[in-house]
Ligand binder design. Structure first.
Ligand SMILES: Nc1ncnc2c1ncn2[C@@H]1O[C@H](COP(=O)(O)OP(=O)(O)OP(=O)(O)O)[C@@H](O)[C@H]1O
Ligand SMILES: [Mg+2]
Length: 425
């Protein structure tokens, strides 16, 4: 089957902050930028492969795939690869942005547009939609004639048309979906799939995406056939492959330990490590040893600091810095991940100690959204989604807000009548 492939936009990829090195360095760390070697994620890939097989073999599609995780873990590049894979198999890949489905009307328009743009339009037939399309304007004798607006095809109908050809619909940053647009998208997909449309929806977003989807369409969640897939850090073997494969280098045991210590298997840090190692190693870059990692460390740490600066600025701008600080201090004092009660207590302390369930809830939600609080599974304790960011937050607040912190601690102590919160670790 050779149908025209459509690709409306490649969300996020063009926005990459790419630093192109004059030395031909293949590592280009940045939001959505393609790594020179895509490492790990085998399980997610297997699931996606079986989704594609269903579309291809006419099986019943498995339903939406939901990917969620803290920033910098590779949601966008994974989606990009998925689109490439689908297109390589002759399927359509349609990227849509949350603003394309901002409202039910916008969603209808976007899907109709996508049908028009490529997939599944029967020869000689197209349709117009919305706005001032249609017939009207001034008549020949100057009299006004009636303007008729053609109706936009229903989202479900467009989805059915799209699904005449196997089509993967990818929506990155899905946590930004509006309630109404998102709910309609999920319903339209489900209903079209139920009628045999060959569509595979893939959504990706921040750690709180599952909650956002739950709020959007309560029943969607219960009917979701696949568990949402958390995207966390890479394991050791994938991490070292991400760094070493593009150079076709081997990695000594000690160098591997050091790379893991510095990057914690966090994909963005692995890319800046790869870039720094490439710069530090003279060709032919056959082996990465401890000396090479030591030479790369300065450049790596500088880039890492710049990243931390952005993340701390995000927390500060969103009014989450003090909550993050107290959470980080508690975690440091206990030396392990935190349970819900400890998180609640920390955010309350950050706001002066008085009880306010709504405020505390909003703070915890904010921290989860930012990936500052992260866990793969309900059974696990909360940890920081961005490695060692917690330590930076402690340092930054201690430096920048020293008097305010001292006053807050005093107030909290007076109000709660308790002893000092756990000391800095
Ligand atoms: N599996 C992987 N192997 C190697 N590098 C990866 C992998 N996944 C992501 N990266 C690299 O990590 C960085 C972050 O990836 P990406 O922008 O896709 O993350 P994200 O989760 O979409 O982040 P955000 O939430 O900020 O949009 C990029 O530089 C990318 O090249
Ligand atoms: Mg992304």
């Amino acid at each position: 089957m050779s149908r025209k492939r459509s690709e409306t936009t490649l969300a996020g990829v063009e926005k990459a902050k790419v630093r192109i090195s004059s030395s031909g360095n293949p590592f280009r760390p940045g939001a959505g930028s393609k790594p020179p070697h895509f490492a790990g994620r085998e399980d997610d890939w297997r699931v996606f492969d079986s989704c594609l097989s269903c579309l291809q073999d006419g099986g019943v599609p498995l339903g939406p795939m939901v990917l969620f995780g803290p920033r910098g873990n590779g949601k966008t590049v994974l989606m990009h690869r998925m689109a490439e894979q689908a297109q390589g198999l002759g399927m359509n890949a349609l990227h849509i942005d949350p603003q394309d489905v901002d409202s039910p009307e916008q969603l209808q328009l976007t899907l109709a547009n996508a049908v028009e743009a490529g997939a599944g339009v029967p020869a000689g037939r197209s349709w117009q939609w919305g706005g001032k399309a249609g017939f009207g304007g001034a008549g020949v004798d100057g009299r006004k004639v009636e303007t008729r607006t053609l109706p936009t095809p229903k989202a479900r109908d467009s989805m059915l048309r799209l699904g005449e050809t196997p089509t993967v619909i990818l929506l990155d940053e899905a946590h930004r979906l509006s309630q109404a647009g998102g709910a309609l998208l999920l319903c339209a997909e489900q209903s079209a799939r139920g009628e045999g449309a060959k569509v595979q929806l893939v959504l990706a977003g921040t750690p709180d995406l599952p909650d956002a989807l739950r709020r959007m369409e309560a029943t969607f969640w219960d009917r979701l056939e696949q568990r949402p897939r958390p995207l966390g850090r890479l394991d050791r073997s994938a991490s070292l492959a991400a760094v070493a494969k593009p150079m076709e280098a081997s990695v000594t045991l000690a160098a591997g330990d050091e790379i893991m210590r510095l990057t914690s298997g966090y994909p963005y840090f692995l890319q800046i490590m790869g870039r720094s190692l490439w710069d530090a190693l003279p060709p032919p870059r056959a082996e990465i040893d401890s000396a090479a990692v030591a030479r790369a460390a300065d450049e790596f740490l500088e880039a890492k600091d710049a990243y931390y600066f952005d993340r701390v600025a995000d927390l500060e701008a969103k009014g989450l810095l003090m909550a993050a600080y107290e959470v980080a201090r508690t975690a440091r004092a206990t030396g392990e991940g935190l349970r819900n009660a400890a998180v609640q207590e920390a955010v309350r302390r950050s706001a002066g100690g008085a009880a306010d369930a709504d405020r505390d809830h909003a703070l915890v939600r904010g921290l989860r959204h930012e990936g500052f609080l992260w866990r793969d599974k309900l059974q696990q304790p909360w940890t920081c989604g961005i490695p060692t960011l917690a330590g930076c937050v402690i340092e930054y607040v201690n430096r920048e807000y020293a008097p305010a912190v001292a006053a807050a601690k005093k107030t909290a102590k007076r109000q709660a009548g308790t002893s000092e919160p756990p000391p800095f670790g």
